[in-house]
Structures are given as C-alpha cells and as structure tokens.
Ligand binder design. Structure first.
Ligand code: HEC
Ligand code: HEC
Length: 275
C-alpha cells in the first residue's frame, strides 16, 4: 500500500514537472478569485467613504453656488459681473473656498484670466469626464460674453494677491531645489509667472488647489489637448515630479509667497492684502 502511494506521488510529481499543470482546476479558481478580489479592492478605493462624503458635500454646496451664479447671470445688465456671478464661488475678495474647491484668483494677471476663461469656454480645460471642478467653471464660462470676461478680468486683477499658505506641511528646504531645477525657468524666481511664456502666477494660489492641478496635469486631465500648447508644456513639467516632491515644492512656493506677495501688491499699487 505504502509503495503504491509513493509511486502515485512520484507519477504526480512527474506530471507536474512535465506539464506544470495538474488540471485540477484549483489554479483557475484561485485566479478568478484573485481577479474578483482585486476588482473589489479597486471599487473600495474608488468609493472610499470620506471621498464620497467630500464629493457629495462639494457638489451640494457647488449646486447652490451654481444656482446663485446662474441667477446672477440671468439678471444680466451692466452691473458688476464679479459680484453677480463669480463671487458666489470665488468669494468677495477672490480668496477662493476650500469647500467648493475654488482657487484664490485675486490678483491673477488679466491676460492669464482671459486665457483660462477662453480655455474653459472652448473645452480645452474642464471638459475631461473626471474633471468635476473644471466642469463647473466650463459651465460658467459658457454663459459669458467676451465683454463680460474682460470686465471680470479687470476686477479680479485689481484685487490684492493673498499669499499661499503651507497647509500641506511640505518641507520648503527640500522643495527649493525642485523649484529651481524644474519650475523657475518658467514661473520665475518669485513665482509670479511670465506673460511671454504664458505661465501662471503661483504665489497667490492655495497649495491644495495647486496639488489638485498638478495631479490633473500628470493624469492628462488638464493640458492633454494638442491645441492647448501652454497646458501641454506644463503637463510635461508636472510629469517629471515624483509624488514625494509635490508637497515640498508647494511649501517652497508658499515661502516665496510670504517673501514676495507684499512686493508684488505694492508694485501694482495695491496696499491691502499680502499675508
Ligand atoms: C459654480 C462655482 C463657480 C463660479 C460661479 C465661478 N467659478 Fe471660477 N472656478 C470654479 C472652480 C471650481 C474652479 C477650479 C477649476 C479647476 O479645478 O480646474 C474655477 C477656476 C477659475 C479660474 C482658473 C484659475 C486658475 O488659477 O487657473 C478662473 C480664472 C476663474 N475660475 C474665473 C471665474 C470668473 C471670472 C467667474 C465669474 C464670471 C467665475 N470664475 C465663476 C468655480 C466657479
Ligand atoms: C516649460 C515651462 C514651465 C515649467 C518648467 C513649469 N511650468 Fe507650471 N505652467 C506653465 C504654463 C505655461 C502654465 C499655464 C498652463 C495653462 O495655460 O493651462 C503653467 C501652470 C501651472 C500651474 C497651474 C496654475 C493655475 O493657475 O491653475 C501650476 C500649479 C504650475 N504651473 C506649477 C508648476 C510647478 C510646481 C512647476 C515645477 C515643478 C512648474 N509649474 C514648471 C509652464 C511651466
């Protein structure tokens, strides 16, 4: 009996060696099970409880803000476009709102505001299916005429810049080297951007907003259209960063903001704002 069993076992081993599959079906079952589990894992990640709550909260508040903005747009007339429409989401001082995920646009250069509004309107920005915040701004831009864009840009550019804060707690000392190597050539030593290169001004934007935009560039959600040359250039720069560089480079931008926002405001004849 024992000998028979050993012989059987040996035959089995031989079979395994020669064929690598014993055709028992267990491996196949395991593979299917594995696929199911990893699928479930992906779903679990996608629908993380906090994320769902956050999106729900953003959209509920955004829906309200959007309704108010639409009402303001419908009111029309020659009144202040900013107060009627933009303020609902970007705040009375252009300071942005973390709940609504809106950037602090106060003091952005007028050429940059015009360029971005036109991109939102022509679907070069905010049209990707995963770009929930961009989609809101796309909807708003659709309702604006060129004249309304110009008057909004004039108002926003006169608002004092509000300096970026380091809320993501990155390490500015480490971020400095990354900024110098990868960002400064286009965004300048002081983060003010450069009209000739069409690069945005960074020192007034919130760090969490910039993180979101860098992630969008990296994922091809912003700057993916070949007609969006400026966006494509920025996308290439963003793709050079490693994950761990992100918070650090943003911390350095916040440091530049503490250093230069007062100066930038004074140069533009703005006295308040700053830190
Ligand atoms: C319903 C809310 C909402 C309203 C109203 C709104 N915005 Fe926005 N805006 C957003 C959001 C959200 C973003 C961020 C988009 C993203 O994540 O790419 C944004 C982004 C922008 C940007 C891009 C800033 C940057 O640094 O690239 C500009 C410029 C802008 N808005 C101008 C305006 C102007 C001008 C108005 C009024 C005519 C306006 N917005 C009204 C929600 C709104
Ligand atoms: C080759 C030039 C170039 C380099 C290098 C570059 N950028 Fe940009 N960046 C741009 C341009 C151009 C835009 C405007 C893109 C657009 O029009 O959508 C931009 C936009 C951005 C924005 C979005 C601003 C907004 O208002 O939404 C952020 C954030 C940003 N850059 C951060 C960085 C950081 C951080 C680095 C370094 C890692 C960097 N950039 C390197 C050219 C550059």
């Amino acid at each position: 009996m024992y000998v028979y069993n050993v012989m059987r076992l040996n035959r089995r081993r031989e079979a395994l060696k020669s064929d690598t599959c014993c055709r028992c079906g267990v491996c196949w079952l395991l593979m299917v099970l594995g696929m199911c589990l990893s699928g479930a894992g992906l779903f679990a990640q996608e629908g993380k409880k906090e994320d769902v709550l956050a999106i729900k909260q953003i959209s509920e508040e955004a829906v309200k803000a959007m309704a108010a903005a639409k009402k303001g747009a419908a009111a029309g007339g020659s009144g202040d476009v900013y107060q009627r429409i933009c303020m609902n989401c970007h705040g009375d001082k252009g300071q942005g709102n973390v709940q609504l995920r809106t950037p602090s646009i106060a003091g952005l250069p007028d050429w940059y505001i015009m360029a971005q509004l036109k991109k939102f309107k022509s679907r070069l920005r905010g049209a990707h299916e995963k770009d929930l915040t961009g989609a809101q701004m796309h909807a708003i831009a659709m309702s604006l005429s060129e004249d309304q864009m110009k008057s909004a840009a004039e108002i926003i550019t006169r608002m004092p810049l509000i300096a970026t804060q380091n809320t993501l707690k990155g390490d500015a000392a480490k971020g400095m080297y990354i900024y110098m190597d990868f960002c400064m050539a286009c965004h300048r030593y002081n983060g003010s951007g450069e009209v000739a290169l069409r690069s945005g001004q960074l020192v007034g934007l919130q760090d969490w907003y910039m993180l979101g935009q860098l992630e969008k560039f990296r994922a091809g959600i912003r700057g993916a259209d070949r007609k969006d040359e400026d966006g494509m250039r920025m996308r290439e720069s963003a793709s050079r960063l490693r994950d761990k560089d992100l918070a650090n480079v943003l911390a350095y931008i916040a440091q530049l903001a503490q250093q230069y926002v007062g100066e930038l405001n004074a140069a533009a004849g703005k006295t308040t704002g700053g830190k």
